[in-house]
Design a protein around this ligand. Sequence first.
Ligand SMILES: *Cc1c(COP(=O)(O)O)cnc(C)c1O
Length: 223
Amino acid sequence: MEHSVYHSLKQECEQKKVTLVAVSKTKPAAAIQELYELGQRDFGENYVQELVQKQQELPAAIHWHFIGHLQSNKVKMIAPFVHLIHAVDSFKLLQEIAKQATKNERTIDVLLQLHVADEETKFGMDENELMHCLEQYSAQRKELEQVRIRGLMGMASFTEDMVQVRAELHRIRNAFVQMKQTFFTGREYFDTCSMGMSGDYQAAIEEGSTMVRIGSMLFGSRR
Ligand SMILES: *Cc1c(COP(=O)(O)O)cnc(C)c1O
């Protein structure tokens, strides 16, 4: 890994008050350790087994972000330690996370995932589903106390067309603002708009991202 790439990215994120999540999926523990020693603490993984394995091997001070699609039956495997779950895409999953948080006597922070890309394969809810999920959440807030919704996560389409990418990032930011106004006014903890990857993080920051998830730019391409 090129340390200068990490240092300049880190500096850029610090200047703009954006949290940098280093996406280490498929990369060995040694690569994570190397970045950890440079001061990086937030790492993102998208497979449950791989995350559990790495969590056991690596320093306890790491903040593990689960950024992949999460199945309800796997929540219990990461519930004891996960720092932030990025891609909650149903009310049922939210309920399961609350249940596992209670079992582990902790609060689990999550983001809801908005689907904006034009690719079929990307998970997440559209704006209507998102609002519906939040209405259900609002009606049962008390029972769901141990899951804390910190904000929204989204991914733009994988395309060179930056006009389209910008429009999608803008849509994510708009939904975040609307969510805050409708369901989280006055709640300081609702502060996270997770968008931006290696190919579009600068545009994402300009569009109002507060957390970027960067993999290949730091660790090289994956196969
Ligand atoms: C893999 C992945 C990333 C990082 O992508 P890069 O293009 O390698 O920076 C970010 N977010 C999610 C959800 C991912 O799955």
